[in-house]
Design a protein around this ligand. Sequence first.
Ligand SMILES: [Zn+2]
Length: 158
Amino acid sequence: MRCCPKCGMMYDSEYPEDVRAHRIYHDKVVNGVYARKIKSDKICWEKGDFRITVVNYFSPITQKRRAGEAGLLAHRDTPFDFAPYHPKEDLDKRNVHLFLLSRKIRIIGLLKLEKRAHVQKFTWQEYENAGGKELPGRELGSGFTTSHFLLLFLFYIL
Ligand SMILES: [Zn+2]
């Protein structure tokens, strides 16, 4: 068994299936998720080789799968035991939106946006003992009150 120093994958170099699986995973880790430009891309920004696309619950499954793959890579940068996004997530009050940063044909960054009524602020070192508190409601005029804030999760894959 070997452990690749770049992507961290353990694989047996004597088994062609292992070698192939490593090659595919390694390529994603080093170069980003393969995602050529397609018709269903909802591009919200584009400049030169770079573009940002938006994915949410109503996006085509191809877009959701791309976001899911990017989420799996982004997961490598966190201590959590779950990825930040799964393509089959139900629509709920969080109204999750993902912004995927691509360069040419590769997704190299992921930003997750969702509504939350509660937030917590702590460092990774404080994570085990972190508490939380409800945010105060805010009067927005004409009697409308909200305690929902947008929560940003920024993952930079490459
Ligand atoms: Zn590797």
